[in-house]
Design a binder for this molecule. Structure first.
Ligand SMILES: [Ca+2]
Length: 88
């Protein structure tokens, strides 16, 4: 149950791409790097499951206290990591 709630929380964060990709940084996006990072089955495309798996991995890395939640400081690091990923 906790896992489902966590996945939903991640999904809602991921769906709000404005958090990750401010318009000012739109030019810096690197779809090739993103695909390379997330495309685990190497079909050249990124499935929802592949993105979620990657986001979950990033979340777990930031969740240093292993609480299944991120505090404001951890979220800041999470968003930075996601921006770096998207920018390649
Ligand atoms: Ca794929």
């Amino acid at each position: 149950m906790i896992r489902i709630a966590r996945t939903l929380a991640i999904a809602s964060i991921a769906a709000s791409s404005a958090f990750f990709l401010p318009a000012a940084h739109a030019d810096a996006l690197n779809p090739d790097a993103f695909v390379k990072m997330c495309d685990t089955d190497k079909d050249g495309m990124v499935s929802k499951a592949e993105v979620m798996k990657h986001v979950e991995k990033m979340f777990d890395k930031m969740d240093t206290k292993k609480m299944g939640k991120l505090d404001k400081k951890q979220i800041e690091e999470f968003l930075k990591a996601f921006n770096m990923l998207a920018a390649g």
